[in-house]
Design a protein around this ligand. Structure first.
Ligand SMILES: Nc1ncnc2c1ncn2[C@@H]1O[C@H](COP(=O)(O)OP(=O)(O)OP(=O)(O)O)[C@@H](O)[C@H]1O
Ligand SMILES: [Mg+2]
Length: 361
């Protein structure tokens, strides 16, 4: 049985057997619904009426809900049988606290009785998906932006940075903007999120963005409940916030400047190799016009070496940037489990949860 690879994001959980040339078989909301009548959590993930997010800004926050969700994924979704559990590889977000890594390995061995465990950092895995071991990953997900320089498969933690901005903040921004331009309407956040995924885009550059704020094409959209809303300049405001965080009320630099600043903290002989292998990934980076704008801003950088985006290899399935951490995990699983580099049940029984730091580098 192939190992299972799990990338549990703040919005989407990607899970499937380690088949790197295929998309993960399960891409489901990382959400659980509370069932008040019996006081138990449902084991059915839902899209609406969500009351529990087991993962917040990248990290597992509600372990009971996570356990129920993983139970659903492994036994119902992927068909594991109780008593015959397999091996699992998890993707770790940047700067995962040691205690969280230990708790996860403990949950997997003690509650799920798995036969083997491995965990690796999302930034490294996203590079593997593109066939690289060195480069800089810019992962723009739902709950966070992680910028991580990686040299020979090792994240340069001292130069890495986590920003607590992600797709969720862009959804909230769009909700606020649509409320202003469509007074009297009542749009649920899940509808706003869908609108964002359909319409949000990045202008070519800052001047073009300013132009869109004066005039731009108006789109009409009918929501599932029949309300008709119009969307125009808001779609550009959402994309621009990644390049001008002041739109979100934050005093941060834009994403390209942040990347260059992170790299400046790495030894200078690595700057070229890192910047010229920049990988942008995560669902938010799939926004219309994002890569073009990113590259345009990168070309305007005052630094001697400018970031260059790595193109997805032809053999990768379409839209892979959304799932690159999972795909890199599938590639790594093909190495660590057959070569016995993983944490075995015997290792765990002998050393306890701290084994994860020694074996999963
Ligand atoms: N076309 C699109 N335009 C804008 N945003 C998009 C688009 N497609 C997906 N998204 C956003 O991407 C986010 C989900 O991305 P991803 O799956 O990388 O996040 P995650 O892994 O769940 O979260 P994180 O890594 O931050 O914990 C959501 O906020 C979603 O609305
Ligand atoms: Mg993610």
């Amino acid at each position: 049985m192939e190992a299972v690879v799990i990338d549990a994001g703040s919005k989407l959980l990607k899970a499937g057997f380690a088949l790197p040339d295929q998309a993960p078989t399960m891409i489901i909301p990382t959400q659980m619904k509370h069932m008040p009548e019996d006081g138990l959590l449902s084991d059915i993930p839902v899209v609406d009426d969500v009351t529990i997010d087991p993962v917040v800004r990248g990290f597992i926050r509600d372990w009971d809900a996570m356990e129920d969700l993983l139970h659903h994924v492994l036994y119902t979704g992927l068909g594991w049988e109780i008593g015959n559990e397999g091996q699992v590889l998890f993707t770790d977000p940047l700067l995962t606290p040691k205690a969280l890594r230990e708790r996860l390995v403990q949950l997997m061995f003690e509650t799920f009785n798995i036969s083997g465990f491995y965990a690796s950092e999302q930034a490294v895995l996203s590079l593997y998906a593109l066939g690289r071991i060195s480069g800089c990953t810019v992962d723009i997900g739902h709950g966070k932006i992680d910028i991580a320089p990686v040299c020979e498969g090792a994240v340069q933690h001292i130069a890495s940075k986590r920003f607590e901005i992600g797709g969720i903040d862009l959804t909230n921004l769009l909700a606020k903007e649509l409320q202003k331009s469509n007074p009297g309407t009542n749009i649920s956040l899940s509808d706003v999120e869908r609108l964002k995924e359909l319409y949000a885009c990045c202008a070519e550059d800052q001047a073009a963005y300013e132009g869109t704020q004066k005039s731009c094409q108006r789109e009409k959209h009918t929501l599932p409940d029949g309300q008709v809303i119009t969307i125009e300049k808001e779609r550009y405001t959402v994309g621009e916030a990644l390049f001008q965080p002041s739109i979100l009320g934050l005093e941060e630099h834009g994403i390209v400047e942040q990347l260059v600043r992170c790299i400046s903290n790495v030894s200078s002989e690595n700057h070229r190799q890192l910047l010229e292998s920049t990988v942008v990934c995560g669902g938010t980076a799939s926004m219309i016009g994002f890569e073009e704008r990113f590259q345009k801003e990168a070309n305007l950088c005052s630094s001697a070496i400018r970031p260059t985006l790595v193109k997805a290899p032809e053999y990768m399935p379409e839209n892979m940037a959304k799932n690159s951490a999972w795909m890199g995990g599938a590639i790594l699983a093909k190495v660590v489990f057959p070569q016995n580099q993983h944490v075995t049940k015997a290792d765990y029984d002998e050393t306890g949860p701290s084994i994860v730091h020694r074996k999963c580098l």
